[in-house]
Write a protein that binds this ligand. Structure first.
Ligand code: ZN
Length: 551
C-alpha cells in the first residue's frame, strides 16, 4: 500500500498549521509574561517580608511566611487537574505481550492529539493522567535529565496542550535560579514526530487489527436494497417527513429573525432528527432486565446461555437468561442479543448495541450518510453526515441526542480511549477528538496498539472501502477527511485556549459543553448506569463489558 499517497489525509493544510502555530506562540508568550510578572511580584514580597521580619526580629518569621504567596502561581491547568475527580496517576499497566520497551514507547502516544508536527523529538508513551509540572527543577517523580523518563512524564494526551517553545524564552531543563519555578512549563513534549503508518508487528496489535476489521463490516451490512426497503416499510414516512418539514421551516424562520444567512440545520438533518424522536419514543424499547411475561415482575439476570436454533437463525450471537424472582412464578425469560439488523427490525428492543445498529441502518434507509461509532469503553452510537453543515454529526438513539458529542465525558462522566467511526464508503476514522475534548480530564491511555499501527489499520480499511469508488468520490472523501481533521484541530486549540485562560470568545464557545451535554445517562435504569459509571456522579472508568451483558 502506498502510504505516501495517504499522507495528505492527515498532514495539515499549510494555513491551519500556520494559524495553530501563531496561536500557540501567542499563548506561550502570554503565559510566560504572566508567570514572570507573578513570579517577580512573589519574590519581591517575599524579600520585603523577610527583611521586615528580620528588622523587627522578635516576631517569628513563620506567621509572615504563612501569608507569603506561593512562588508558583496556580495555573489554569493545575486547577483543571484539581477539579478532575480522577485518582492520582498510576503507572500505565503494560500488557505482558508488548514486545519491547521501544514498542511500548510508541504505543499510546495518541496520534489524535498531535498538533503541527515540527520536530523529531521522541514521543511520549501514555500516562493515565497528566500531572501539571510547572517546576523545571529535577523532581523525584519526573527526572527531566533522563530523556526516556522525561518523555514518560509528559503525557501524550496533554502534549498538545502545551505551546511550543518560543525563541524569546529558551527552555532550560535544570535551573535553580529563584524564579525558575515560575518559568513556563517545559514545552518539549508538545513537539511530536510526524507519524508514519506501520503494520502490526506484535500479537496485541494484530488482534486489534482483526477486531477493527471485523467491526468495519457492520455498516457495510446496511447496504442491502432488500433490507433498506424493508426498513422503509416500518418507518412512518409521512409523519417523519411532515415533522422534518415543519422543523426546517422553524429553523429558517429563526435564521431570518436573527438576520442569519443560513438556517442552523438543513431539511435532511431535520429528517434524521424526526427519525430519532420516533425511534426513541415509539419504535424501540430499552431492555435491561425484561419484564416477566407471566406475572409482570422485573426479572433478574442469571447469566449467558447458548442461543437456541431459532435464535441462531435470526442472528443471535449470545442469549442472556433471566429469572422471575417471584416465589410462585420463577419463570425463565430469554433475551437474545441480535447483531443482525433484519432481526432487530422485528425484535425492536435491546440495549445500546441494538439501538445503534438498528438506528444507523434506518438513517441509511432514509438516505442519510451514516457512520457507526465504536467506543472502547463499551458504547456504540451513530454519526450522520450533514450536507448542510458539511460535517459529521453525533447522534445517539438511546439518548435521543443530536450533536452532543461531549455527552459521554461531560454528562456521563466517562473516560474514553478510542472512538472509531466506520462507514460503508469512507471506511474508518479515528474520531476520538470529537468526543474527548480534554484528554487530560477524560482520556484513557490508548494501549491497544502503537498509534502508528492504528493509522495503518485505518488506512487499510479506507483503502478497502474506497478502492472501487470513482475518482470523484475518492476526492470528495479526501476533502471530507481534511475538513474533519481541521475540525479536530480547532477542538484542540479551543482546549488550549481555555486552559491558558486567554482564548477568544469563539474558542471558549467551542470548548464549552452545552447544557444538553451535561446530563447523566438516560437509557437504562439508574442502577444500571451507576454500575457502569455513567450516571454522571463520578468519572471513574466505566465497568468493562461482561458484567451485565455489554452495551
Ligand atoms: Zn413472573
Amino acid at each position: 500500500m502506498d502510504h505516501q499517497q495517504q499522507q495528505p489525509f492527515r498532514t495539515d493544510p499549510a494555513e491551519v498549521e500556520a494559524w495553530a502555530k501563531d496561536l500557540t506562540q501567542q499563548f506561550s508568550q502570554l503565559l510566560a509574561t504572566q508567570q514572570t510578572r507573578r513570579a517577580q511580584e512573589a519574590l519581591r514580597k517575599r524579600v520585603q517580608s523577610t527583611s521586615r521580619s528580620r528588622s523587627r526580629s522578635p516576631v517569628p518569621p513563620a506567621p509572615l511566611h504563612r501569608h507569603t504567596p506561593s512562588p508558583a502561581p496556580p495555573t489554569s491547568s493545575s486547577s483543571a487537574a484539581a477539579r478532575s475527580p480522577r485518582p492520582p496517576p498510576v503507572p500505565p499497566k503494560i500488557p505482558n505481550n508488548y514486545p519491547s520497551p521501544s514498542a511500548q514507547s510508541q504505543s499510546s502516544s495518541s496520534s489524535y492529539m498531535t498538533p503541527a508536527p515540527t520536530s523529531p523529538l521522541p514521543m511520549s508513551p501514555s500516562q493515565p493522567q497528566f500531572q501539571p509540572q510547572p517546576h523545571p527543577q529535577p523532581h523525584p517523580q519526573y527526572p527531566y535529565q533522563q530523556p526516556s523518563q522525561q518523555s514518560a512524564s509528559a503525557s501524550a494526551s496533554s502534549s498538545h496542550l502545551r505551546p511550543p517553545p518560543t525563541p524569546t524564552r529558551p527552555f532550560t531543563r535544570v535551573n535553580s535560579a529563584p524564579t525558575s519555578s515560575n518559568l513556563p512549563p517545559p514545552y518539549v513534549a508538545v513537539r511530536p514526530v510526524p507519524r508514519q503508518p506501520q503494520p502490526p508487528s506484535d500479537s496485541a496489535s494484530t488482534q486489534f487489527r482483526n477486531f477493527l476489521m471485523g467491526l468495519s463490516e457492520t455498516p457495510v451490512r446496511y447496504e442491502n436494497p432488500g433490507l433498506l426497503d424493508n426498513a422503509l416499510s416500518v418507518i412512518p414516512l409521512d409523519q417523519i417527513y411532515g415533522e422534518a418539514e415543519e422543523e426546517h421551516m422553524l429553523f429558517k424562520a429563526e435564521a431570518q429573525s436573527l438576520g442569519q444567512f443560513k438556517e442552523k440545520w438543513g431539511y435532511q438533518d431535520c429528517v434524521i432528527r424526526a427519525l430519532l424522536r420516533w425511534f426513541k419514543r415509539t419504535f424501540f424499547t430499552w431492555v435491561d432486565c425484561p419484564i416477566c411475561p407471566n406475572c409482570g415482575s422485573k426479572t433478574e439476570l442469571q447469566g449467558l446461555t447458548p442461543p437456541n436454533p431459532d435464535e441462531i437463525v435470526r442472528g443471535a450471537t449470545r442469549t442472556e437468561l433471566y429469572k422471575c424472582p417471584k416465589q410462585d412464578c420463577q419463570r425463565h425469560e430469554r433475551f437474545p442479543r441480535y447483531s443482525d439488523v433484519w432481526a432487530l427490525l422485528e425484535a425492536r428492543r435491546g440495549r445500546c448495541g441494538e439501538w445503534a445498529n438498528c438506528f444507523s441502518m434506518l438513517c441509511r434507509a432514509v438516505g442519510g450518510r451514516v457512520r457507526w461509532i465504536w467506543n472502547s469503553e463499551d458504547h456504540v452510537w451513530t454519526e450522520v453526515y450533514s450536507d448542510h453543515q458539511q460535517r459529521w454529526v453525533h447522534v445517539d438513539a438511546c439518548e435521543e441526542a443530536w450533536d452532543q458529542p461531549r455527552l459521554y465525558t461531560e454528562g456521563w462522566g466517562k473516560q474514553i480511549a478510542y472512538c472509531v467511526a466506520f462507514s460503508h464508503d469512507g471506511g474508518a476514522a479515528d474520531v476520538t477528538r470529537r468526543y474527548v475534548r480534554n484528554p487530560r480530564m477524560h482520556g484513557l491511555p490508548r494501549t491497544r496498539c502503537p498509534e502508528e499501527v492504528l493509522l495503518y489499520i485505518i488506512d487499510e480499511i479506507r483503502e478497502k472501502r474506497r478502492k472501487n469508488l470513482s475518482n470523484e468520490d475518492k476526492n470528495r472523501l479526501m476533502r471530507e477527511d481534511m475538513r474533519e481533521e481541521q475540525e479536530f484541530k480547532e477542538y484542540v486549540a479551543a482546549v488550549l485556549a481555555a486552559e491558558v485562560g486567554a482564548g477568544a470568545a469563539a474558542h471558549l464557545e467551542l470548548q464549552r459543553p452545552s447544557e444538553a451535554e451535561k446530563r447523566p445517562r438516560e437509557s437504562g435504569r439508574g442502577e444500571w448506569a451507576r454500575v457502569r459509571g455513567e450516571d454522571g456522579q463520578h468519572s471513574g472508568p466505566a465497568n468493562r463489558p461482561g458484567g451485565r451483558g455489554g452495551p
